[in-house]
Design a protein around this ligand. Structure first.
Ligand code: TRP
Length: 445
């Protein structure tokens, strides 16, 4: 029923577009900053290689073998207990949940593109006031831009896999890389570049405790878009001759490179013009605009370009977050693409409004439970609970449930000698790691 197939480069760009998102440019630099740089970055790189890469291959394999929506993939490939395994496919819901706050943050970015055109705050303090005023009082501004993001995302999705998703990524991903490369090259000419490099790469192991370790593992997972069927859904439209290992390699490589480049560039700017690295989630919305201000007119240009790049990264991830459930309703219920897209979009749009309200003075009091507001709960529940469970299930599914002969038939020719270590990692290392991450992010450990 589904005839559209990604071109090979289209698939790599779309999967990389999914992976490269707010996680790389917004979250990675600030958590690296919080945990003191170097050692944290090395733990993250190590996890990406050891766990991320092998689950990426596993998730692509499930989609590649199943060739349908995530629920059908699990159901079809499980030799026994089909009805239980099918539930693993509902992991796609995590994508819709993530969209609830992702779309709101993309809205903030749109707002920053517009305001940076004409104005930058002269100090971190002023910058902070602007950001918190938007967050806590400007309901309509946030509503407007969140709605804009929703419209953009459903527009692209309703155009379909090739005409929408692939096309979007074919334009936005190169544009994003060009913008970041240009700003990165500029950063390398500044004195502070050396400081940024040593911050990111000289490990201070005393800063690494269990918490830092788990955060690095959890982030490696989030940033690669693993565990909720986004990569699986894309891989279901991969052509039969495509090489899974090579594709996975490129996605991991691009995602990691872009995180490192963005981190080096931001830290250079912050050392050179601003207040240094450790600034928390406000890093790109608070510290950075004040640093851009110090750069003069080039700062205005950079600010606009930077937020455009961030919006591009967010949008290409968004389409991959919604597509699994869109595909599910098309495949299983025969819905038209338009109906599926608009329904899924309406879901995250409506709850997104609740997420905005949960930061607004006067409303947030009603939308906060146990010290976290609705916005934070959604973030927490998806990242700490749903994604690790998804990763765990996928590793176990490929490692133990799909008959080994089927896995071998596809993967052995591609992985060769690496087949055995990969299979071992899926069966034993990854499930244990995901389990520990989940418990610890949930605060059990
Ligand atoms: N990887 C994206 C980022 O770094 C976020 C994302 C997109 C995601 N699709 C996903 C995370 C699927 C988990 C699962 O911002």
């Amino acid at each position: 029923m589904k005839i559209a197939r990604f071109s090979r480069i289209g698939f790599i760009l779309a999967a990389a577009g999914s992976a490269v998102g707010l996680g790389n440019i917004w979250k990675f630099p600030y958590i690296a900053g919080e945990y003191g740089g170097g050692a944290f970055v090395l733990v993250y790189l190590f996890t990406v290689l050891l766990i991320g890469f092998s689950i990426m291959i596993a998730e692509m394999l499930i989609g590649y073998l199943g060739r349908r929506d995530t629920v059908t993939c699990f159901e079809k490939l499980a030799p026994k207990h089909k009805h239980l395994w099918k539930l693993a496919g509902f992991q796609g819901l995590a994508g819709l949940f993530i969209m609830i706050f992702y779309s709101v943050v993309i809205g903030w970015i749109f707002n920053y593109i517009v305001t940076s055109l004409s104005y930058l705050p002269a100090s971190v303090k002023e910058s902070e006031e602007i950001f918190t005023a938007m967050l806590h009082t400007s309901f309509w501004t946030q509503f407007f831009y969140h709605t804009l993001s929703f419209i953009g995302i459903i527009y692209v999705l309703h155009k379909g896999l090739k005409g929408g998703i692939e096309k979007l990524n074919m334009y936005l991903m190169p544009a994003l890389m060009i913008i970041l490369a240009a700003m990165f090259i500029y950063a390398t000419t500044l004195d502070a570049f050396g400081q940024a490099v040593s911050f990111m790469f000289s490990p201070d192991w005393s800063k690494i405790d269990a918490d830092a370790f788990v955060t690095a593992v959890g982030h490696a997972f989030f940033t690669l878009s693993l565990g909720m069927g986004a990569i699986m859904t894309y891989a279901a439209s991969l052509d039969k001759e495509a090489n899974i290992v090579k594709s996975a390699f490129w996605v991991v490589f691009l995602d990691t490179t872009i995180a490192i480049v963005a981190g080096l560039m931001l830290f250079t700017f912050l050392y050179q013009y601003g207040s240094g690295p450790a600034k928390g989630p406000g890093l790109v919305f608070i510290s950075l605009p004040a640093a851009f201000y110090e750069m003069g007119i080039i700062g205005n240009i950079f600010a606009v370009l930077f937020f455009i790049a961030l919006a591009f990264a967010g949008l290409t991830s968004s389409v991959s977050l919604v597509e699994p459930m869109v595909q599910y309703f098309i495949d299983r219920f025969g819905w038209s693409r338009l109906k599926a897209t608009v329904s899924m979009g309406t879901f995250f749009w409506l709850f997104g409004i609740v997420a905005i309200l949960s930061n607004i003075d006067g409303a947030k009091e009603f939308l906060t439970w146990g010290g976290k507001n609705f916005f934070d709960w959604v973030d927490y529940f998806t990242a700490a609970v749903m994604l690790p469970i998804g990763g765990f299930l996928m590793a176990v599914f490929v490692g133990f449930v799909i008959p080994r002969s089927e896995v071998e038939a596809v993967m052995k020719p591609q992985l060769k000698w690496a087949f055995q270590p990969w299979y071992f990692s899926l069966r034993y290392i990854t499930p244990v790691a995901m389990f520990v991450v989940m418990l610890s992010l949930m605060g059990v450990l």
